[in-house]
Design a protein around this ligand. Structure first.
Ligand SMILES: O=C(O)c1ccccc1N[C@@H]1O[C@H](COP(=O)(O)O)[C@@H](O)[C@H]1O
Length: 222
């Protein structure tokens, strides 16, 4: 099982997360107003550091334009892209044509998945990995801290033909609620922002370790 921790902003974040055995480190770019949004220079620096420390950098973005993403991934050396907004299947296909690994978020609102009618198109376009995350009733997307409804997430995961990560308020003591989902062959790991941070907003070694232990992380994306 992989652990992905999202929203690193400095060298110390990368050092800590890599040291703790985190497999995938989410770096935000093209997230206007996001608390962890990076300039392209910052993205390039942190992506290089992540790779050097043996973890995989993941560009997390709301950007919808293929040309922009081509430029950013090529400049930063980032080979994984997480499309966290409502980007269309055509963008997945364009990024796959560049040889990138594409993670597409599927948003769960209560029992419904907003992208349900498009799932087959995302699969045909070459999505490598889905990420199940919550969207709140008022439309907030990303770092909601709200866990997806377990039965709805399991039912959605069961119809996917690609592996998937689980996100949305993931923390150690809710692991049992997802026993059926994590038993599915496609379950690839967890993706966390809110719980991984202490009260000061910085990543906490204690919290990341507790997450990995509770969810049974082993490590290694390559
Ligand atoms: O938090 C955001 O505003 C955000 C913006 C753009 C892309 C992703 C964002 N957050 C992501 O949400 C998941 C789950 O976070 P949490 O554990 O519920 O806090 C994670 O991938 C964050 O990077």
């Amino acid at each position: 099982m992989w652990t992905k921790i999202c929203g690193a902003t400095g060298d110390a974040d990368i050092g800590l997360l890599a040291e703790l055995g985190v497999d995938l480190i989410g770096l935000w770019h093209g997230v206007p107003g996001g608390h962890a949004d990076l300039t392209s220079a910052q993205l390039t620096r942190l992506a290089g550091l992540t790779t050097a420390r043996g973890a995989t950098p993941v560009l997390v973005t709301f950007v919808r334009d293929a040309t922009t993403l081509r430029t950013v991934t090529s400049a930063s050396g980032t080979r994984w892209v997480q499309l966290h907004g409502y980007q269309p299947p055509a963008l997945v296909a364009a990024l796959k044509a560049e040889g990138l690994t594409v993670v597409k978020v599927l948003h769960l609102r209560g029992e419904d998945c907003v992208e349900r009618p498009l799932i087959a198109s995302y699969e045909r376009a070459g999505t490598d990995l889905f990420l199940l995350d919550s969207v709140t009733a008022d439309g907030q997307v990303g770092s909601t801290g709200v866990p997806p409804a377990p039965d709805a997430a399991r039912a959605l995961a069961q119809r996917l033909t690609r592996p998937f990560l689980l996100a949305g308020g993931i923390q150690p003591d809710i692991r049992d609620r997802y026993a059926e989902l994590t038993a599915l062959p496609g379950f690839a790991g967890i993706d966390v922002d809110s719980f991984a941070r202490g009260q000061d907003g910085a990543f906490s070694a204690e919290r990341v370790t507790a997450l990995r232990q509770a969810w049974g992380a082993k490590g290694g994306t390559s």
